[in-house]
Design a protein around this ligand. Structure first.
Ligand code: NAD
Length: 362
């Protein structure tokens, strides 16, 4: 066994069906009594039901959460936190709402209870991405790690089919990069492989029967594992590209991950054979990158950046952005190689043969 470092983070996790009923008790457990409930405009009705359930434990509600955590929205919500004298944050929703809660926690140190309704995994991380003037930057700070995660499978039953597919692929992307992270370890690898396995089992079932509770439960469990490894290991090329694209063009987050992932996995394949073997085993395929592409296609997910509205004319600029700051990745990165990858992803081209992605040809 090679030497490794593993950091365990203190998070209380409740997982099950109907778990949201525990929310008042969890707020009291934290010694709090004035919760601010956060949501997107689309999930306002669900958040208002929570407010009603909380009664006097709810101090207010903010339904302005939006993708990529724009700082202007955070400042707006921050003004409400002080106006209503909130003493804790309850985030109900996907990564956008969780991101807003984390941005508030960073600035106020208020405790967070998070009720995730997608598979993004943000609830399990001390990572926060924020966007100012089209530039998304990411920080890690223990202050933004939620204190409590309430996983309630029932609340994921309403996640629309197309979003279920891409959100699941987004979760798998965390596990893929954790498996080849320079700071990975045996515990991370176990969680990552099992996370991919649980999602690969659940997502095809959800594509045909979105209300299948057992599959929803598997998918949410897989999402937690994948979120946990996102927190425990450093992400590489794939996440860097998705953040660059998302911040610069305001692209839908999970869809972008879905399109880029097979190309990024194929890019790194020659330099990360053990990770690829684990990914392939979890997917039940012979070739990890092709297995990821086949899964996305089977789920009916978008398969090109062009389908997400990206113009080919933007690719040079994006490749330059993504290559500007160095970061760890199994295969060395260069601007031309990133540009080639983006070109493939833009066209939705078939994956290149493995030989073409030799690390020596970076
Ligand atoms: P999202 O939170 O933007 O949700 C997409 C849409 O689906 C929203 O309108 C939302 O209200 C709706 N929705 C969510 N759950 C629903 C449900 N169960 N039923 C009906 N509608 C539902 O999308 P996302 O992909 O979960 O999050 C993307 C954001 O999360 C990005 O900004 C990304 O950067 C961030 N993120 C951060 C981390 C991290 O660790 N910091 C990890 C992953 C994602």
């Amino acid at each position: 066994m090679p030497p490794f470092t593993y950091m365990a983070w203190p998070v209380r996790v409740l997982f099950g069906s109907g778990t949201v009923a525990e929310l008042p008790q969890e707020i009291r457990r934290l010694g709090r009594q004035r919760a601010l409930v956060l949501s997107t405009p689309q999930q306002q009705a669900a958040a208002l039901r929570l407010v009603e359930q909380l009664g006097t434990l709810a101090a207010g509600h903010y339904a302005g959460a939006t993708m990529h955590t724009p700082v202007a929205v955070t400042e707006d919500a921050l003004a409400l936190v002080s106006r209503i004298d909130a003493d804790c944050i309850v985030s109900l929703g996907g990564g956008s709402t969780v991101g807003l809660g984390k941005a508030l926690a960073l600035r106020t140190d208020l405790p967070q209870i998070v009720i995730p309704t997608t598979y993004a995994g943000s609830e399990a991380t001390s990572i926060l991405g924020q966007t100012v003037d089209g530039r998304k930057t990411t920080l890690r700070d223990p202050k933004v790690l939620p204190e409590v995660i309430l996983y309630d499978v029932d609340l994921t039953l309403t996640l629309p089919g197309p979003l279920t597919a891409v959100s699941g692929m987004n979760a798998i992307a965390h596990a893929v990069e954790a498996l080849y992270a320079f700071d990975g370890n045996p515990v991370v690898s176990l969680l990552a492989e099992e996370g991919i396995r649980a999602l690969a089992r659940a997502l095809p079932r959800l594509a045909t029967t979105p209300h299948d509770r057992e599959a929803r439960s598997d998918a949410l469990y897989g999402a937690w594992l994948c979120g946990s490894v996102l927190n425990a290991a450093s992400m590489g090329l794939h996440h860097k590209l998705c953040h660059t694209l998302g911040g610069a063009l305001d692209l839908p987050h999970a869809e972008t991950h879905t399109v880029i992932l097979p190309h990024a996995a194929r890019f790194n394949a020659g330099a990360a054979p053990e990770a690829m073997a684990r990914i392939a085993r979890a997917l039940g395929t012979a070739d990890a990158a092709q297995g990821l592409l086949d899964l996305a296609i089977a789920l009916g997910a978008p398969s090109s950046l062009a389908a997400l509205g990206v113009r080919e004319a933007d690719l040079d600029r994006l490749a330059a952005f993504a290559a500007a700051v160095p970061y760890p990745n199994p295969r060395p990165i260069s601007e031309p190689s990133i540009r080639a990858l983006l070109g493939d992803a833009h066209r939705g081209a078939p994956l290149r043969p493995l030989a073409d992605r030799n690390p020596a040809r970076a």
